[in-house]
Design a protein around this ligand. Structure first.
Ligand SMILES: [Zn+2]
Ligand SMILES: [Zn+2]
Length: 341
């Protein structure tokens, strides 16, 4: 449980219990550490969502079903499942409009004020959040299906079609998920920037046509030199003002920015002149909707290979070490996973 800024403790708590007939009790196997978990760990908040200590984070999980409510149909005891952390109400205008990710009564695993997270040996989730892992899918795939779904969704929202060129600014697990989704959809002209060389090396290995480090290179000139007409779309995946500014610079007229990153500041600024003259579109992304299953299918069929995403693993009782590593961007970390046994 988070107990303060950069503070965390193991605590013995009662097992959560099944309350609704559609609830499923899960014994956790694996949990991925997300950038948002790190925001809560180091800042105690994301925007207005503030942690009240003690609080358990974690939402990129997979586990085994150990008990089911008497109305559960999707899964049975013993099933290995990936977990969609979103628990929408299914009744509000957003849910009825097919937008459960912006549900007005949304409860999201490990989100302050909504639901305790999955950094816990046992959790209870509604059956709608449980996705059985079949074929060659492992708990690792189940855990990665959450960030990967955000990549799949972001790419879908971009409207980018085969043959177009894209930039991915910020190559953490979300930037990498966007790239895997883009390649799966036939987009090969991908330019990746990041401040960490190890991440650029992964981007090159995954097939980026060019990579650049804004700390040591003028990435705007570099992209303009290789694509003089400009990029069709840029995915802002790091939450940095500089990256948004660079996006506006390198886009072609009519281009689109897809803002996926979560900044640590409260307001973006944007060039009036360039966005207007180029008629730039801005698309903000709120997590994902209906993309967990497609993400799992893409991994199952081999269309997407996430092997290079997981760089570190820690046992459950070393979770703090894992968080400090990810928070410090140390040791070339991309995705760190927690193993529960
Ligand atoms: Zn996440
Ligand atoms: Zn709703």
């Amino acid at each position: 449980m988070l107990t303060g800024i950069r503070q965390m403790e193991m605590r013995e708590i009662p097992d959560p219990e099944i309350k609704n007939p559609t609830d499923v009790k899960i014994k956790m196997s694996v949990l991925g550490i997300c950038g948002s978990d790190i925001h809560y760990y180091t800042q105690g908040r994301i925007g207005s969502q503030q942690v009240k200590y003690p609080f358990t984070v974690g939402h990129e999980g997979a586990g085994v079903v150990i008990e089911t409510g008497n109305a559960v149909k999707r899964v049975k005891t013993g099933d290995v499942i990936g977990i969609d952390p979103a628990m929408p109400c299914h009744e509000c205008d957003q849910c009825l409009a097919g937008r459960p990710h912006t549900c007005r009564n949304l409860k999201f695993l490990g989100c302050p004020g909504q639901a305790e997270g999955a950094l816990s040996e046992y959790i209870v989730m509604p059956e709608g959040s449980c996705f059985p892992l079949s074929g060659n899918l492992t708990p690792d795939h189940g855990s990665i299906s959450e960030p990967l779904a955000i990549g799949v969704y972001s790419f879908k929202k971009s409207g980018v079609v085969t043959g177009e060129s894209i930039g991915i600014f910020g190559f953490g697990p979300i930037g990498m998920s966007v790239m895997l989704a883009a390649k799966e959809q036939g987009t090969d002209l991908i330019y990746v920037t990041d401040k960490i060389e190890d991440r650029l090396a992964i981007a090159s290995r995954e097939g980026a046509v060019n990579t650049g480090n804004p700390l040591t290179q003028n990435i705007v000139d570099q992209i303009r030199n290789s694509v003089p007409l400009g990029l069709d779309a840029v995915f802002e995946c790091c939450g940095q003002q500089a990256a948004l500014d660079q996006s506006v610079e390198v886009l072609k007229p009519g281009g689109k920015i897809i803002v996926v990153g979560i900044p640590e500041f409260d307001r973006w600024s944007i060039s009036v002149e360039l966005t207007r003259r180029k008629e730039i579109s801005l698309q903000f992304i709120r997590r994902q909707v209906n993309c967990v299953e497609p993400a799992l299918e893409m991994m199952k069929s081999g269309a997407i290979d996430v092997r290079n995403m997981v760089t570190h693993r820690f046992p459950f009782d070393h979770t703090k070490e894992a968080f400090d590593l990810v928070a410090g961007y140390s040791d070339g970390v991309m995705k760190a996973l927690i193993d529960f046994s």
